[in-house]
Write a protein that binds this ligand. Structure first.
Ligand code: PHE
Ligand code: ZN
Length: 880
């Protein structure tokens, strides 16, 4: 294992590679403990960097057997991180480097590089795993075509590109598209294919394959369907066609992340590809559809155009997330998708941006790049592109993307390149907009307003709008009233960035009349200064503003709003996102009063909720979303931002109290929804029936508080799909019932590892606060608990840190248990341990006792001898 030697890498130190690669040939003789890799690499000096540079090859955990330059043995002496050949030992003309190394895939528990999982070989090279396979300039700005020959006694051997030839015990693959080493992949195993074909708009015939372990072939149909839809969509919407003769996907059980976009050979965590009605929930289906699309879309945004260096990670990830969001909106519902994205942005990215791990979308320094595959790089990166599209408009966005693909195809690019494409295509100066990439932290926008009634009724011709910051002009004297909106932006300090500059913030706004009619359809205000005044003249009545429609910018909005205004927006806003938000604000305000002042549940909120529930004109999926309460972590963050010290137990009690009140007051409506939203017939994972199930199960969760679990037990028994079985079982668990169902669930699904992950996770996630640590401890001793499998580890300990009141038990037992297990996991798998350590990033929010317990856990982890570079960086950043 790597010793902790946190060497910081800085963006400002970037220099181009002194040697370029024209071609790579790999011969990989697979063996569980002694795999041999022979590499033949054609190098040439980079004319752009001048002479004299040594050839630096990265290499970790490799045993070098022999090396030659142009056929002559060379005495290379690797250190822990690689080897260097002095310039004077290398010709000025192109030369061939050959090396043979030995590696031990079986001993590789990091799931990075070449490793074994359930009898199969698999690789993971992003970001820096290729250096554990052979000596190489393992950086994304070195791109080369690859040829690979694999030998093994396993029946299936796959690599990137097109198959060239194969025979008993060997297979050859060739990838003609120059690629960085992080996109290299190799898989071998006893795998079963699901095959299909796709014809591209350019007339290319593509063989599609999804390769899984025997017994999983009945769970590939949905992923295949999603893949074909993704291919079609990228042609139709972005004009991008696939560029190889085969596209393969492999499912792997042991995987640190969701999936990986290796050229022509995507490798997936099995949980992100395998689905059958009996074993996967609606949410699993949606997540599979999204991730299949995401990895496929990377073929252009990531692979054909890649990143110059890892500081540019959001160039491919932000853009590809934005593309997968667009795709999902087109496939399902834009409103429901957007609300879901807002929820997860707030839960993960706002939380990150508000704490010690805050960093810019384009960071400037890192110790371990694997720690930067974050919600900020991915989701905030996508938000920045969404804002750019809103500001320039969809047509200019499309033109800019065409220019991006034609100008940069085959290159390793920067975020500056990306922005230059936009300013060249649109003529727009993006220098201020660029701050979104460099400045961390979530901007706060505060809103103040003013109203001057008019002397006369509004004149025909509609509302007049003046941005008084830029024009200084008074609102045209006319008839009707004048409404003034003052927007102020402030971004709080983040680690290393005490002072913040104003950003370009598109604020989509509509104005609604007191009777609920639209006075002003959506306009996009551009906030560029610290404070700006917008004046709306000729209004018939004082409007209620609907601000941040479609969540037009990733900001925190604050405005003194009355509950009456919120109720009006909830009933009448034509924008589904701000409409939903109004309900959420009502719920939040009511919960805050319960938590801080001991108030009772807010009758007005429950009444408004009832109206939504009964409104059959609304999409059931949207109604299901309005039925959801803010999460307890979200409440804690909100209270902290408002200057309070959140008490996790009080938040839990208030949430429970509100749920009980909703169930009691709306019982009849909920029962009607439950009966009316059943989806008879064969299970269909489509968005419409899934929306009905979501609403129905939302209602069930409430009803289960009142009917002793009768409905949930009946549904659990009769369900023919995992969505309803899980919904029913977790409804029982949440109210302390379901002991027998827990046993039945296990007996029934024992052989399905992905379902058993759910079995582990739900018990911890739904446990009462004072039980969560004990439940997690017990489950960690269960015979099926395999801590080396990231899905299983996350099922128990990800669920523990997600159980807010359980994790934050005043005793500190939750912190201690997680720290123990992270220390243990770190020794085998630093990447997953480090990712999960962010459970501690919120320690500053809490009271002195909890802070002390959380920082003690951080100190204990940091002091652990041999802690990985990954964990050392994360824990030191969190401790601050
Ligand atoms: N690049 C992958 C994706 O976003 C994520 C990933 C990163 C997977 C690092 C593995 C390792 O699709
Ligand atoms: Zn990605």
């Amino acid at each position: 294992m790597r010793e902790a030697a946190p060497q910081t890498v800085y963006l400002r130190d970037y220099t181009p590679p002194p040697y370029l690669v024209d071609h790579v040939t790999l011969e990989v003789a697979l063996h569980p403990t002694a795999t041999r890799v022979r590499s033949t690499i054609r190098f040439r000096r980079n004319p752009a960097t001048g002479p004299g540079h040594p050839l630096r090859l990265d290499g970790e955990e490799l045993t070098l057997i022999a090396a030659q330059v142009d056929g002559v043995d060379i005495n290379a002496e690797p250190d822990d991180l690689g080897l260097s050949i002095p310039s004077h030992l290398l010709p000025d003309t192109p030369f061939v480097w050959e090396a043979e190394v030995e590696i031990n895939p079986q001993a590789n528990t990091t799931l990075d590089g070449l490793y074994m999982s359930n009898g199969m070989y698999s690789t993971q090279c992003e970001a820096e795993g290729f250096r554990k396979i052979t000596f190489y300039p393992d950086r994304p700005d070195v791109m080369a075509p690859f040829k690979v020959r694999v030998t093994s006694d396993l029946p299936v051997m796959l690599s990137n590109g097109n198959p060239v030839a194969s025979g008993p015990g060997w297979a050859e693959w060739e990838d003609p598209h120059p690629k960085p080493s992080y996109l290299f992949a190799l898989v071998a195993g006893d795998l079963q294919p699901t095959r299909d074909t796709f014809s591209t708009m350019e007339g290319r015939h593509v063989d599609l394959g999804i390769w899984v372990r025997a017994g999983d072939s009945d769970k590939t149909a949905y992923a295949m369907d999603a893949l074909k839809r993704s291919m079609l969509w990228d042609e139709a919407v972005y004009g991008r066609a696939y560029d190889l003769d085969v596209f393969n996907i492999v499912a792997v059980d042991d995987f640190n992340m969701g999936a990986m976009e290796n050229k022509g050979l995507n490798i997936f965590n099995s949980r992100c590809v395998l689905a059958s009605p009996a074993t996967a929930t609606d949410a699993d289906y949606a997540s599979i559809e999204r991730i299949i699309a995401h990895e496929y879309f990377h073929n252009w945004t990531g692979n054909r155009i890649t990143c110059r260096d890892w500081f540019q990670l959001s160039l491919k990830e932000g853009l590809t997330v934005f593309r997968d969001q667009q795709f999902m909106g087109d496939m399902r519902s834009h409103a429901v998708k957007r609300i879901g994205d807002v929820l997860s942005l707030r839960a993960r990215q706002f939380r990150e941006d508000a704490g010690p791990l805050a960093h810019a979308v384009r960071p400037e320094a890192y110790a371990e790049i694997n720690n930067f595959y974050t919600a900020t790089i991915y989701e905030k990166g996508a938000e920045v592109i969404r804002m750019l599209r809103l500001l320039v408009g969809p047509d200019a966005y499309a033109a800019a993307l065409d220019l991006y693909f034609s100008r940069h195809d085959g290159q390793a690019c920067t975020i500056d390149d990306w922005l230059s494409v936009f300013s060249d295509a649109t003529g727009r100066d993006l220098s201020q907009f660029k701050r979104w990439y460099g400045q961390a932290g979530t901007p706060h926008i505060s809103v103040t307003e003013d109203w001057v009634p008019g002397a006369d009724a509004a004149a025909p011709g509609g509302v007049t709008i003046t941005d008084t910051t830029t024009s200084n002009a008074e609102a045209p004297a006319g008839m009707g009233g004048t409404y003034t909106l003052t927007l102020r932006q402030d971004t709080p300090a983040t680690p290393g960035q005490p002072l913040k500059e104003p950003l370009v913030i598109p604020v989509a706004l509509g104005l609604i009349g007191p009777d609920g009619t639209d006075l002003l359809p959506t306009v996009v205000l551009e906030l560029t200064g610290p404070e700006q005044v917008f004046r709306f003249g000729n209004l018939p009545a004082r409007p209620v503003p609907s601000i941040l429609r479609d969540f037009s910018a990733p900001v925190i909005l604050s405005r003194d709003t009355t509950d009456a205004e919120r109720a009006l927006l909830l009933a009448h806003d034509t924008d589904p996102v701000t409409r939903w938000e109004a309900g959420r604000d009502l719920a939040r305000a009511g919960l805050e009063r319960m938590i801080l002042n001991g108030a009772g549940p807010d009758a007005g909120y429950i009444d408004a909720l009832g109206k939504m529930l009964r409104d059959a004109t609304l999409d059931p999926a949207f109604r299901a979303l309005t039925l959801g309460l803010p999460s307890q972590d979200d409440m804690a963050q909100g209270l902290f931002t408002a200057g309070h010290t959140p008490d996790p137990d009080a938040i839990h009690r208030a949430t429970q109290g509100l749920r009980r009140a909703i169930a009691t007051v709306l019982h009849d409506d909920l029962a009607q929804v439950y009966d009316g939203m059943s989806t008879p017939g064969a299970y269909d994972p489509g968005a419409v029936p899934a929306g009905k199930r979501a609403l129905r199960l939302g209602a069930l969760a409430h009803l289960t508080r009142l009917d002793d679990g009768a409905r949930a037990r009946a549904l659990f028994t009769s369900a023919d799909n995992m969505t309803e079985a899980m919904g029913a079982w977790t409804a029982l668990l949440t109210v302390g019932l379901g002991v027998e169902e827990t046993q039945r669930f296990y007996t029934r699904w024992q052989a399905e590892r992905l379902v058993i992950d759910k079995w582990f996770a739900a018990q911890v996630a739904c446990a009462a606060p004072d039980r969560a640590v004990a439940v997690a401890t017990d489950l960690s001793q269960h015979a099926d608990f395999n801590w080396k499998n990231p899905n299983r580890f996350r099922a128990v300990f990800g669920a523990l840190s997600g159980n807010a009141a359980g994790f934050h038990q005043a005793s500190g037992a939750g912190y201690a248990l997680l720290a123990d297990w992270l220390i243990q996991l770190d020794a085998a798998n630093p990447q997953t341990a480090a990712r999960m350590s962010s459970a501690f990033e919120t320690w500053r929010r809490y009271d002195p006792a909890r802070r002390a317990a959380m920082t003690a856990a951080l100190e204990r982890m940091l002091a652990h001898p041999g802690l990985s570079r990954d964990m050392t960086e994360m824990v030191s950043r969190m401790r601050g």
